[in-house]
Design a protein around this ligand. Structure first.
Ligand code: SF4
Length: 369
C-alpha cells in the first residue's frame, strides 16, 4: 500500500482538537495504517497542545470504537481513522476521519466481466418472468443464485460499490459506465452504513432484487466474499492499487460453502456449545446469544455464554465444549475458522445443525444491522 497516496485529513482533525481545546486524544487506526501512527502523533503534537495516545489494540472496523478504558485514562477525544460512523454510541466524543486514496484506475479491464455478468443477469431476469404457477423444483432451476437460494430478479442493474477509501470515485465511475450503456445504481444501505455504495464485511444491506450484478472497487477478497455470500450475484472487481480487474469466481464461493457445510456436519453430534459474545460496541449481540442459548436448551443441548473483547483460538479452544457459535464479528467464523481446533459456526449454521433451518434453502450470510 502506497501510504503517500492516501489523504489522512489531519488538518480537519487539528481544527477539531484546537476548537474543542482537547488535551488528550486517542488515535485509533486500522492495522494497515498503524505504521503511520507515530508520524501523525508528531504532526498533531507539534501543531496543538494536545497529547496523543495510539489505541494500539487491533482494530478492524468502526464496530470497535475505543470506549470506557480510554475514558478512564482521561482521553477527551477519540480520532477514529479509516472507517465511517455506525449506528452505535461508544459513550465518548469521536471524530471519524476519512482516508482516501488518489488512484483512479482505468475501467477498460473490467468491462469484459461486466458484459458477461449483465448477460447472465438478463437470462436470470427473463427466467424470473416466466409463468407464476410453478412447482418448487422448477423454481429452483429458474431462480437459484450463487449460494443456492431462490431469489428472483426484477431488473439487471449494475450495483456499484466500493471500500471506503475509494468511495469518492463512485459518482465519476457511474457516469463513465452509463456512457458505456450500463444502468448503474450506487446502492444505499441501512443505518450501519454512512455512504452510498459503501459495503462492510458484515453488512451489504443496499442490495435489492433490481440489482442483477455488482462491480466492487477495492482490493482483496474480504468484501467480495461477503458480497457474493450475501447477495448470490455475479461480482466484477477492480483493484485501485494495481489497476487489475477480476471476478469473484463461483469456485471460491463453493469452496467456502463446502467448508461451512463440513463444519455443520461435524457439529451434528455436538451436545455442548460455547456461545461467543463480542464486547466491542458494534459487535455486541447479546439478544442473539441469549436466543441461541434458549434454542440449544430447547433441543436438549448446553450453551455457555462467553464474552470477549478479542476472539482468538488461544482464548477459547481449551473450553470443554464440542463446538462454538459466534455472535460477534460474523467474519471470524467465515474467514478464520481453520485456526480453531473445534467447529466455529455462525448463528444460521447452528440453526441448520439443530434442524431449525434448512441448508437446501440456500446459505444465509450472518449480517449485523
Ligand atoms: S463486525 Fe467485523 S466485518 Fe463488521 S465492521 Fe466490524 S470488523 Fe468489520
Amino acid at each position: 500500500m502506497d501510504l503517500k497516496r492516501h489523504d489522512f485529513q489531519l488538518d480537519d482533525l487539528l481544527e477539531k482538537i484546537q476548537a474543542g481545546n482537547h488535551r488528550l486524544v486517542a488515535l485509533q487506526l486500522p492495522e494497515g495504517l498503524k505504521i503511520q501512527a507515530l508520524e501523525m502523533i508528531d504532526t498533531l503534537e507539534s501543531q496543538s497542545d494536545a497529547r496523543v495516545i495510539v489505541a494500539a489494540d487491533p482494530c478492524y472496523g468502526a464496530c470497535d470504537l475505543v470506549h470506557n478504558k480510554m475514558q478512564m485514562m482521561g482521553v477527551d477525544l477519540v480520532a477514529h481513522m479509516g472507517h465511517s460512523q455506525m449506528n452505535i454510541d461508544s459513550g465518548m466524543e469521536t471524530e471519524f476521519i476519512n482516508v482516501t486514496y488518489d488512484g483512479e484506475p482505468d475501467l477498460n479491464p473490467v468491462i469484459p466481466f461486466l458484459e458477461e455478468h449483465r448477460t447472465f443477469a438478463s437470462q436470470r431476469l427473463a427466467e424470473s418472468k416466466g409463468p407464476n404457477e410453478i412447482g418448487e423444483g422448477d423454481a429452483k432451476e429458474r431462480f437459484l443464485d450463487a449460494v443456492g437460494r431462490i431469489a428472483p430478479l426484477t431488473d439487471t442493474k449494475l450495483g456499484l460499490v466500493g471500500s471506503i477509501q475509494h468511495l469518492h470515485l463512485l459518482p465519476t465511475y457511474k457516469k463513465k459506465l452509463e456512457n458505456e450503456g450500463y444502468d448503474v445504481v450506487i446502492p444505499t444501505g441501512g443505518k450501519r452504513l454512512t455512504f452510498p455504495g459503501q459495503v462492510l464485511g458484515c453488512n451489504y444491506s443496499g442490495d435489492d432484487p433490481s440489482i442483477g450484478h455488482y462491480f466492487f472497487l477495492g482490493s482483496g477478497d474480504f468484501h467480495p466474499h461477503g458480497l457474493v455470500l450475501h447477495t448470490g450475484k455475479p461480482l466484477a472487481m477492480l483493484d485501485p492499487y494495481t489497476g487489475d480487474a477480476s471476478e469473484m469466481s463461483l469456485e471460491k464461493i463453493e469452496r467456502i460453502l463446502r467448508q461451512r457445510f463440513g463444519l455443520i456436519m461435524s457439529s451434528d453430534q455436538a451436545s455442548s456449545f460455547g456461545i461467543l459474545i463480542g464486547e466491542k460496541p458494534g459487535q455486541m449481540r447479546r439478544g442473539v446469544a441469549l436466543r441461541l442459548k434458549k434454542l440449544l436448551e430447547k433441543h436438549g443441548k448446553k450453551g455457555y455464554l462467553l464474552a470477549l473483547e478479542h476472539i482468538g483460538p488461544e482464548l477459547i479452544d481449551f473450553y470443554p465444549v464440542d463446538a462454538f457459535v459466534n455472535t460477534a464479528c460474523p467474519r471470524i467464523a467465515i474467514d478464520d475458522s481453520v485456526r480453531y481446533a473445534k467447529p466455529l459456526l455462525t448463528p444460521f449454521e447452528l440453526e441448520v445443525v439443530l434442524g431449525v433451518r434448512n441448508w437446501e434453502e440456500g446459505y444465509q450470510f450472518d449480517e449485523i444491522h
